[in-house]
Design a protein around this ligand. Structure first.
Ligand code: HEM
Length: 415
């Protein structure tokens, strides 16, 4: 039976029947799909470039680059208002207990015109100069983490390193308590990982995030600070202040979009370097190769799949889609399309022609990409300069999470 009833890293994926035919019945939470989706995508690109399933509320799964890019640009026919890759069954719809359960996550959950002004509000925080201001903090944090385990000769690269950096960097950016980083991580896992198959956990985690930011917004009203939350509260749209609900929703997005994505990328990069000696040694010997290598690692181990909802009856690539249907923006599969990338399954850290779409395409693309790149490069620079030689301690002990964001959850390394 696919799926398992034994919890893995605290996640119990409900038992689901094995996938007989990936073209008509794919399962994005299937263990095989999470651990090694690449051969599945390669087959689908040939057999059925836009696959379909009734699982997890039903959806369509394109696997060709051109199709994913085209879909991401078909706004608002394919609407952004519900970007989660699963839809809980009607009998499992859970209403949040916080007074904010109608708050979404603008701009990612908004179509124009709301998307346009709400994106404009946050972009300055991710401009290269603004990101630079967080580099010293990130480098010192990574160094402290390595100090903490270097004498042990072994570390869980996912749990003790990759997972520790993004929640603190985002807390630093938002101006909230970095000491609550582990709580933020739990909440984000509740929304984007455990919650995909457990709606009650998702809504409860989301409530915690929304209540937390409601408290921060109320605090800033009394004590404004030099941080992003205060900036959002000073912003005006057409002469009107931005509503607290909107600011709470955007902060919710920052936490959810800025943590799991980046830790999964740092973790996947460490997994690659632990299993590819030549690449590890070349990068350890010459850290200036990292920016190009990081682009390739973003392409090859692309993490984020998003969803759009059909807002009017339409047909896509011969597939009739109906109002309310979900279509998955499978950026990871697009980044392995042989029509676009030479030897797509070969990780080439010198790859120059690399128009990957790991950070999305179209109206919601790349908002946090500068920050993510900085965190990845700094985290790898610090790790490689202190621990140039490392391998997987036990390959069978590596575990992966998937669905919306794919990445290693356990990564025992020895050095
Ligand atoms: C390697 C790490 C990351 C990856 C792979 C990634 C990927 C993506 C993708 C694919 C989208 C587009 C979603 C869509 O079209 O629906 C997106 C949007 C977004 N990301 Fe990231 N992201 C990463 C890191 C970050 C970070 C660190 C932040 C900081 C908070 C962030 C904030 C956002 C925001 C705010 C949006 C929405 C922008 C809009 O709606 O205009 N991301 N990201």
């Amino acid at each position: 039976m696919a799926g398992s009833d034994a919890p893995v890293d605290g996640v119990t994926v409900p038992l689901t029947p094995p996938v007989e035919d990936w073209t008509t019945d794919y399962d994005i939470l299937d263990a095989e799909y999470i651990t090694d989706p690449y051969p599945i995508w390669a087959d689908l690109r040939g057999d059925c470039p836009v696959a379909q399933t009734d699982r997890w509320g039903g959806s369509f799964l394109p696997t060709r680059y051109e199709d994913v890019v085209e879909l991401a640009r078909l706004v608002p026919v394919f609407s952004s208002h519900d970007p989660l890759v699963v839809r809980p069954p009607d009998d499992q719809q859970v209403i949040g207990s916080s007074g904010y359960h109608t708050v979404n996550a603008p701009p990612i959950s908004a179509d124009p015109p709301v998307r346009t002004w709400s994106r404009r509000l946050i972009l300055p925080a991710f401009a290269p100069r603004a990101v630079e201001a967080h580099e010293t903090y990130t480098r010192a944090l990574a160094g402290r983490l390595v100090d903490g385990f270097i004498a042990d000769g072994r570390v869980d690269g996912a749990q003790q390193y990759a997972q520790q950096i993004p929640p603190r960097v985002i807390a630093h950016l938002l101006g909230v308590d970095e000491g609550r980083a582990d709580e933020f991580t739990d909440w984000v896992r509740g929304v984007l990982e455990i919650g995909l198959s457990n709606p009650a956990v998702r809504v409860a985690s989301r409530d915690k995030i929304l209540n937390f930011f409601a408290g921060e917004v109320a605090d800033r009203r009394a004590n404004p600070k030099d941080d992003l939350i205060s900036e959002l509260m000073e912003a005006e749209i057409d002469g009107e202040p931005v509503s607290d609900q909107h600011i709470i929703g955007t902060c919710n997005l920052m936490l959810v979009a800025g943590i799991d994505t980046t830790w999964s990328s740092i973790g996947s990069a460490l997994w690659h370097l632990a299993t590819h000696e030549d690449d590890r040694r070349r990068l350890a010997a010459d850290l200036t190769l990292l920016p190009t290598a990081v682009e390739e690692l973003l392409r090859a181990y692309s993490r984020v799949t998003m969803a759009r909802v059909v807002s009017e009856e339409t047909e896509f690539k011969g597939c009739p889609t109906h109002v309310g249907d979900k279509v998955l923006l499978n950026f990871p599969a697009a980044n392995r399309d042989p029509d676009i990338f030479e030897n797509p399954d070969v990780v080439d850290i010198d790859r120059q022609r690399n128009r990957h779409v790991a950070f999305g395409v179209g109206i919601h693309r790349r908002a946090g990409s500068n920050l993510a790149r900085m965190e990845m490069i700094v985290a790898l620079e610090v790790f490689l300069s202190r621990i140039p030689e490392f391998t997987l301690e036990d390959p069978s002990a590596v575990t992966w999470a998937g669905g919306q964001v794919r990445g290693p959850r356990r990564l025992p390394l020895a050095f």
